[in-house]
Design a protein around this ligand. Structure first.
Ligand code: 0X9
Ligand code: ZN
Ligand code: ZN
Length: 423
């Protein structure tokens, strides 16, 4: 073998995981384990996060002020245990085999495709077909909205629901993170309720607000999660300076972009902010669209999973809070209380994103807040790590019901506090 060939062969090996996935083959997560790590000080957290930074074998699934959910590939479990003991902390196995979980989901997906019944997760094509039917069935009160084009050339579509003139507006962004499938499943269920339910409380919110709903914002990433890698998070635009692909779209808005370590400058990181704000066409389009309607929008909710949290601004610093922070807490409490009162008893916690979670700048709800939408949350849906991103389809409807009663309570609290006057 000639030397340059050998070198390129070796280079290929190094990047094998990232770049050379054979056509029609999916990334597999056999015996990948998700651990929940309890930590009590910054040093322990640092030690674990260093692992994620340095090795492909570790992937951070979720982080709160006291817990880290970490996926570890089988070859790195020994190393992981060593680091745990160096950090003087312990971990509990939450998901023993991620691939097994993904396989269950796939089986559920192929069975009886009858209708859009929210008993399984749908592909982008299925969601769009369903949306097209909705426009045909409810032409008087629905309207297609076009957010723009993705990097790979897909059209990002949404729906506006309006029963009359002069309503305050509510914007819902969903599936900006590709693997967070529960969000688009919930958003589509919610659209269906607004249009077809005869429950009095639902009719009330359906008809007295204008709804702008984007079920799948990250269309390229979402497609990639169905076709190649169930756990993909970012966009799919390559980065000229790296072999890694994609930017974290929820770090790409021009709002305190890259400040305070609220995002990574490493293109291989899951929270890579992109080379500059709005480097991602999806986020440029989303921000342009939001600006075009922001004078009519009173509330913005960005749907995410998982951790069961309502996160208000700010994301870029834990030390400063918005002027109306007390109201934001009160409104979030109303949401959380309403959710917990359901028979499922699901608990949501709330607070500013940077104080409850971690510093994360450039996110949709912070951008919305900066643009004058004073009620703006990131909603982190089910669960708290038992299934994480691979939440079985049986939980779609329970999660969606919770979201619905949460939103009803949120709007009623906003109304009381005077946030729903026509802008
Ligand atoms: O990190 C994120 O983008 C969100 N969590 S997720 O696990 N779904 O990725 C949290 C965003 C919190 N909101 C703000 N920082 N504004
Ligand atoms: Zn700033
Ligand atoms: Zn997310």
């Amino acid at each position: 073998m000639r030397l340059n060939l050998l070198i390129s062969f070796l280079t290929c090996l190094v990047f094998a995981q990232a770049a050379t996935l054979p056509k029609d083959e999916k990334v597999r997560y056999d015996n990948h384990v998700v651990y929940k790590i309890n930590y009590s000080n910054a040093l322990q957290r640092e030690l674990i996060l260093k692992l994620v930074e340095r090795h492909q074998s570790f992937s951070l699934w979720s982080e709160t002020a006291t817990e880290l959910d970490l996926m570890v590939s089988p070859n790195a479990i020994e190393e992981f245990k060593k680091q745990l003991s160096i950090a003087n902390t312990t971990a509990e196995i939450f998901i023993p085999n991620v691939q097994a979980l993904i396989d269950t989901e796939t089986v559920a997906n192929t069975r009886a495709a009858e209708s859009f019944g929210w008993t399984r997760y749908n592909t982008l094509a299925e969601i769009e077909e369903w949306l097209d039917e909705i426009f045909i069935i409810y032409p008087a009160v629905t309207e297609e909205i076009i957010i723009g084009q993705s990097y790979e050339g897909r059209t990002i579509r949404g729906i506006k629901i309006s029963y009359k003139e002069g309503n305050p507006g509510v914007f819902i962004e969903s599936n900006i993170h590709a693997r967070e499938w529960i969000t688009s499943a919930t958003a589509t269920w919610f659209i269906n309720e607004l249009l077809s339910s005869d429950d009095e409380l639902i009719r009330e919110i359906a008809e007295n607000y204008d709804w702008y709903i984007v079920p799948v914002l990250n269309v390229d990433g979402f497609t990639y999660t169905h076709e190649k890698d169930r756990l993909w998070r970012k966009t799919r635009q390559p980065i000229s300076t790296s072999s890694c692909i994609g930017t974290d779209p929820n770090r790409n808005f021009d709002v305190h972009w890259m400040e305070n370590g609220g995002a990574s400058s490493n293109p291989c990181a899951e929270d890579y902010a992109g080379p500059n704000p709005y480097s991602e066409p999806e986020i440029k389009a989303m921000s342009d669209y939001l600006n075009s309607v922001s004078s009519k929008v009173n509330v913005l909710l960005a749907f995410h999973s998982y951790s069961q949290l309502l996160l208000s601004p700010y994301g870029h610093t834990p030390d400063e809070f918005p002027d109306n922070y007390n109201d934001l807490l009160q409104v979030a409490k109303a949401y959380a209380d309403a959710v917990e009162a359901l028979p499922y008893g699901t608990v949501y916690r709330y607070g500013s994103a940077a104080s409850v979670l971690y510093t994360a700048s450039g996110a949709t709800n912070d951008y919305a807040y900066q643009q004058g939408i004073e009620i703006a949350y990131t909603v982190e849906m089910r669960d708290r790590g038992a299934f994480g991103f691979v939440l079985p389809p049986a939980f779609i409807i329970p999660n969606a019901e919770e979201t619905l009663v949460g939103i009803i309570a949120l709007l009623s609290e906003c109304e009381k506090l005077g946030y729903l006057a026509l802008k």
